[in-house]
Design a protein around this ligand. Sequence first.
Ligand SMILES: *[C@@H]1O[C@H](CO)[C@@H](O)[C@H](O)[C@H]1NC(C)=O
Ligand SMILES: *[C@@H]1O[C@H](CO)[C@@H](O)[C@H](O)[C@H]1NC(C)=O
Length: 358
Amino acid sequence: MMEKVQVLLLSIIQLLYWSHTVASSSSGFFYQDIMNSSANRDIHLSGVRLRVQAQPCSVFTVRGANATLPCHFWHEPPLTSPRSVRVKWSWVPVSGGRELDVLVVSGRQRRSFGDFRDRVHLQRELPGDVSLVITDVGMNDGGRYRCQVIDGLEDESVAVELGLRGVVFPYQPHCGRYHLTFVEAQQACEDQDAVIATSDQLYAAWQEGLNCCNAGWLADGTVQYPITKPRHQCGGTGVAPGVRSYGARHRQRQRFDVFCFTSPLRGRVYFLQPPLSFSRAGQACAEDGAQIAKVGQLFAAWRFQDLDRCEAGWLADGSLRYPIAHPRPHCGPREPGVRSFGFPPAHHEHGVYCFGSR
Ligand SMILES: *[C@@H]1O[C@H](CO)[C@@H](O)[C@H](O)[C@H]1NC(C)=O
Ligand SMILES: *[C@@H]1O[C@H](CO)[C@@H](O)[C@H](O)[C@H]1NC(C)=O
């Protein structure tokens, strides 16, 4: 009997404790702020609604730019005196996973998190403007952002997509076809000034005409390849064009190529004349105040700056390629693209593509 009473007492105390914590702090906004202001409290109880809106709800940008993700809140009916709210921006990266904090602003206090530290602030151009400004957008900043406004006991949020404009390219390292584990695939893209592409990015690239017969890793650990022109060696001619998927593959034990994604960087890719061996090619770019271009930089210049040159040049990974924006006779296939001659011996002499950040 005594024990039962004790247990009951304990749970009552616990309940009291819970209701206390819930009442005094909803999402970190202190109830006193409302309670000791009778004016605010009356408004609150007479059915003022908090509204939050984002327009447009998706934003596209490029690497290195400043992006503004819209978010605006107001009260209905309007308040007679302004009230302080708490604003929280969070996001889910393109590659998925759990929601991460970006920025929390409460009164004069603000805190930014992780890679966003000191790179984000609220725009605050008009009352209620809590748009998020991200400076120097990075290749991994794309994803689904959430703007949450917390006003006392009310809490509203909207989602805004941030997409990066860029180009998807298939990548195969020096050692040949199907040599990369998942982690090696991620690294291979980074080495080419890119990141591993997502399924959505590959799908968009397929819609724009990407055709590739080699299966490659994607950010979610699946292996896929885009076919616009079905061929016998490429899954057969009887199948409709599309992005074919092998599904999720074993990340350590299985090996494929990779699809990389890169977004243009301010700078210029240009050609230096032959004859240059691979090591001389790197020196020639350095002497010019530049660097030998990476594969991702050549693709970005081809896609976004219309780089077009019918002469093969060395790139940083030891491959030999040339970019064709306007197809013509003697310059490869009839579609625009970056043509590759693979990885010739390093003493062969060719031109070089350099990247200068100016
Ligand atoms: C709420 O109470 C605190 C402390 O009692 C006081 O400093 C503050 O001015 C009050 N706020 C309003 C809006 O009355
Ligand atoms: C981004 O904004 C910062 C200031 O917030 C400014 O210094 C910089 O020049 C801007 N960058 C671009 C690309 O507009």
